[in-house]
Design a protein around this ligand. Structure first.
Ligand code: COA
Length: 218
């Protein structure tokens, strides 16, 4: 079942986040598979674990269904293109060219973020202990996020880590960055919304700060 997970605080104009589980019944998996193209099926086949194959098929199938319902077409007619580092976009042949999306999954949960007219990035993570969290924070977080993380008490550290991690990943996904790429952005350039996709998970979704900003075309 797909559920909206972003609280409407009046500032979310044109921004939507939908969550669903990736562990589906066989008949649902079969229905999702029908919408996938050859390249996506080959990608699923390359996955070693049966569970990962199923989750990929359901994730991509649901993404296609969500996009198709927004575009008024069938899931198998949704055409995607990819940026240089793998960010998926709607093909320029699709109607509603100003519809932007971002996809994230963690464990058995996935989300699709949709935005009209502005680039969007989303990331979710299962909130589980990370023994190297402080080292990762020192290595990956921006100076200001690193400083605010370091002030957190022990009881707030884990959630604080994942809030900042998902925010960082959401911004890099909005920009279409790749892992390990040097990243330079200013958090103030982004509007960040937090959400809980399912109990035990945390998510951040970002859009550019300032409605006058144009979406970067690729
Ligand atoms: C590639 C990357 C965006 C994937 O993120 P992830 O957390 O591993 O996985 P998620 O489930 O959240 O996102 C995967 C989805 O993002 C999308 N995606 C893939 N590459 C992307 C990119 N370059 N930009 C935006 N979205 C991308 C796809 O929809 C993908 O789904 P799919 O695998 O079903 O096709 C991420 O690993 C990355 O490179 N981030 C860059 C930031 C970074 O370097 N962080 C570390 C700093 S030390």
């Amino acid at each position: 079942m797909i559920t909206p997970v972003l609280e409407n605080d009046g500032l979310n104009d044109g921004l939507e986040v939908l969550a669903f589980t990736l562990d589906a019944e066989p008949d649902i998996i079969g229905a999702m598979d029908v919408g996938l193209n050859e390249e996506e099926r080959r990608r699923a086949e390359r996955l070693r674990l049966e569970r990962d194959r199923r989750r990929f098929v359901v994730g991509r199938g649901q993404l296609r269904r969500v996009l198709a319902s927004k575009l008024g077409i069938s899931p198998s007619d949704v055409e995607l293109e990819y940026g240089p580092l793998g960010k998926p976009y709607l093909s320029h042949r699709m109607p509603a060219r100003n519809l932007r999306f971002s996809f994230s999954r963690s464990g058995a949960v996935a989300v699709v973020a949709l935005s009209t007219g502005q680039e969007v990035g989303v990331d979710i993570e299962a909130v589980l202990p990370v023994p190297e969290a402080d080292e990762i924070a020192a290595l990956c977080f921006s100076a200001s996020e690193g400083r605010s993380y370091a002030t957190l008490g022990t009881e707030d550290r884990l959630e604080g880590f994942f809030r900042r991690w998902t925010q960082m990943e959401a911004i890099s996904k909005a920009l279409g960055c790749g892992l390990g790429q040097s990243m330079s952005w200013n958090e103030r350039d982004w509007v960040v919304r937090r959400f809980i996709p399912r109990s035990g998970y945390i998510g951040s979704v970002v859009i550019p700060n300032g409605h006058s900003r144009d979406v970067t075309m690729h």
